[in-house]
Design a protein around this ligand. Structure first.
Ligand SMILES: *[C@@H]1O[C@H](CO)[C@@H](O)[C@H](O)[C@H]1NC(C)=O
Ligand SMILES: *[C@@H]1O[C@H](CO)[C@@H](O)[C@H](O)[C@H]1NC(C)=O
Ligand SMILES: *[C@@H]1O[C@H](CO)[C@@H](O)[C@H](O)[C@H]1NC(C)=O
Ligand SMILES: *[C@@H]1O[C@H](CO)[C@@H](O)[C@H](O)[C@H]1NC(C)=O
Ligand SMILES: [Ca+2]
Length: 386
């Protein structure tokens, strides 16, 4: 509405001018009006009368006055008349302009309404297709675990690459996991559950982190006990565990267990190992029964189920927490034991003790344990005939 008023204010002087010109014609049509009238409507009637008066000085005064009064009356009547006409035409013009503006506004607003409706239709269309895309279609997983992925893709792809895959273990409601699959090593199909190579990932972690997992899947990481539990507890599936070790002087060895599964979190994810095979020795079980970590619950720096209760005597030292002894890492400690693959890789800058290094005590040369620089723990389905 503001701009309509502004337009009217701009138009008004022009309207007034044209009306006055029209009225000017009216004046000189009657033969009485002076040119000045059009420019100065408040004209002094005496002045024009005075001019006439000089031409007719012979006429007696009372008659002259009468004539002048008549003239004055007639001029006033004409002025009133022309003012009326002026007022009427101005009003008409203004109302015409306003009507025109109103029509233009009506057209504009109907166009705007039409556009708004179109926009609403379009955006609801977009929303609908987005909903279809994101919530109705589930996230596609590549398989139940890396062995399953390998079996599924083997007939389709000539060479399956190692890398990060999405898995959906069987009998798990909606837990999709991202895992690293090794597809080249020893026939492929391995789901990596732990990798320690450069010491860049901090393995000093509380229970929650060991339960949920941490690190970088493409590098050092711990997959997490919950995910591991879901994978190895699938129906009609059995898994083997493979530990691959590399020493500081680039010697390699492995330890393999033909069965591997975990108890649930209530049982602190106790580990269950099958028969050992390999070249690194069975450090999980050690040399003596009291070093055996098979069936041990998992411990972390804040959850202590390490079998040292209240304390153990290890290497002439009193130990209350195996996690503390092993640089605050988590593992299936049992009176600490001879294996802990979550400790730090070889690091010459730190004054490491055998207990803060990656520990696999049964891999020895000339009776001395190897210094281990990297390790991977991976699991694979065992083909069962049932
Ligand atoms: C009215 O006055 C105008 C301006 O003075 C003049 O040009 C025009 O001829 C006059 N018209 C008549 C009909 O006298
Ligand atoms: C203990 O762990 C921290 C963090 O991972 C690491 O920086 C440090 O070198 C480790 N200490 C030893 C003695 O290995
Ligand atoms: C965990 O396992 C134990 C023993 O098998 C069982 O009694 C318990 O109900 C399980 N807990 C959960 C939460 O599944
Ligand atoms: C522990 O102490 C005993 C006797 O005090 C000694 O013979 C043995 O060598 C010590 N062991 C270690 C690992 O220091
Ligand atoms: Ca303890």
């Amino acid at each position: 509405m503001m701009w309509t008023t502004a337009v009217l204010l701009l138009l008004l002087p022009r309207l007034l001018h044209s009306s006055v010109t029209e009225n000017g014609k009216l004046f000189n049509q009657s033969g009485e009006a002076d040119e000045q009238l059009s420019d100065a409507p408040a004209v002094d009637p005496k002045r024009s009368a005075g001019v006439k008066g000089r031409d007719t000085c012979a006429i007696p005064c009372d008659i002259t006055i009468k004539i002048l009064q008549d003239e004055k009356h007639s001029i006033c009547a004409q002025l009133q008349q022309s003012l009326l006409v002026f007022g009427r035409s101005t009003r008409k013009l203004i109302s015409n302009v306003m009507e025109e503006q109103q029509r233009a506004l009506d057209i504009l607003s109907s166009q705007v309404t039409e556009l708004m409706t179109k926009v609403q239709t379009l955006s609801s269309e977009v929303r609908r297709s987005n909903t279809e895309m994101f919530s109705i279609k589930p996230v596609p997983s590549h398989g139940r675990d890396c062995s399953d992925i390998k079996d599924n893709l083997m007939s389709v792809v000539p060479k399956i690459p190692s890398g990060i895959y999405i898995i959906h273990p069987e009998n798990t409601d909606s837990s999709f996991e991202v895992v690293f699959c090794e597809m080249d090593y020893m026939g492929g199909g391995w789901t990596v559950m732990q990798r320690r190579t450069d010491g860049l990932t901090d393995f000093k972690r509380p229970w929650a982190d060991y339960a949920d997992g941490f690190g970088n899947l493409a590098g050092e990481h711990w997959l997490g006990l919950k995910k591991l539990f879901h994978i190895v507890n699938q129906k009609d599936a059995r898994f083997q565990l493979h530990v691959a070790l590399v020493s500081a002087d680039d010697a390699t060895s492995y330890a393999s267990y033909d069965d591997f599964h975990l108890d649930n979190e209530t049982e602190f994810f106790s580990i269950h190992l099958g028969r050992y095979a390999g070249s690194a020795g069975d450090a999980f079980r050690g040399y003596e029964q009291e070093q055996n970590q098979d069936t041990a619950p998992f411990s972390a720096l804040d959850v202590d189920s390490d079998g040292c209760n209240p304390s153990c005597f290890i290497h002439n030292r009193t130990v209350e927490s195996c996690s503390s002894l092993h640089n605050q890492t988590g593992w299936w400690f049992n009176r600490c034991g001879l294996a802990n693959l979550n400790s730090s890789p070889e690091d010459t800058e730190h004054n490491q003790t055998p207990r803060t290094r990656i520990l696999w005590d049964t891999w020895r040369r000339n009776g001395i344990p190897h210094v281990i620089k990297s390790v991977t723990m991976k699991i694979r389905r065992i083909v069962t005939n049932n």
